[in-house]
Design a protein around this ligand. Sequence first.
Ligand code: GDP
Length: 301
Amino acid sequence: DQGLEKTKENFFSKVTKAVAGRSKVDDEVLDDLEDALIMSDVGVDTTLEIIKRIEKRAEKDKYVTTNDLNNLLKSEIEDMLVDAFDQTYKTFSLPADKKPYVILVVGVNGVGKTTTIGKLAYNYKRMGNNVLLGAADTFRAAAVDQLTIWSERVDVPIVKQDMGSDPASVAYDTVLSAVSRKSDVVIIDTAGRLHNKVHLMDELNKIKRVIQKVIPDAPHDVLLVLDGSTGQNALEQAKQFSSVTDVSSLAITKLDGTAKGGVVLAIAHQMMIPVKFIGVGERMEDLLIFDKHEFVDSLFK
Ligand code: GDP
């Protein structure tokens, strides 16, 4: 399984209840389904889209089996997500023509950013890559310490400076070092102080500019880490970060301990940014490549 038991139970039991014993798609079923989806953290907008699609697909008041209705729901959700997901991210592989591949990791404190970086480092290393970490969240001493612990655990080098030093300077050092070490992938941690948006925007822009002095087409990925257990707040953060910088992919963490995994559907549908990874635990093995078929399947199993 995917570590999504709680989401699955929550989603499936609510949706099943809404659908169970019904033999036709009438307004009552659609209303109940709408409630069930909203309560499963799928969010209002995404829920309305799903209901609209089912209304269109199902012949109104025509008799159906519970199974048919479930399958209809499943296929509509999957179809809806098709455009948002890039299906090329099947393994922890890197594009051969971008070396070093630079990943800038953004997100607010506490969402699991450091842990996700550690897990990525583990996975890329496991695939035979030389990994380098950059500790550009210089605002919190704990952030640098935590990343250092991960670098030791996974046994990959890290570039860091004293706390309070310029994040852009750390980022610059990191990519310079990556070039001289011939690293395959560079993963740079940044501070995510969303409460000061202008400052955050300036800081991220500056980091990008200095990276580009060394590697003109970098960063190749701006990965936003979101805490799935915060439900709709995660969606809100995704919107806010997108207004500050060009987020190119998402990692959604802590889906193991929460029943709010339905938010993944909302985020994927509304942001049109691919969800690349999901976090399903605290260990380095607990990062999965997101696969929408598997995800939707697991919700209905
Ligand atoms: P940061 O402040 O964003 O860097 O957050 P951390 O990486 O330090 O993570 C905060 C807490 O969340 C830590 O206790 C992590 O072990 C935990 N955590 C991170 N990712 C996951 C996950 O996918 N599942 C679970 N259960 N815990 C996680």
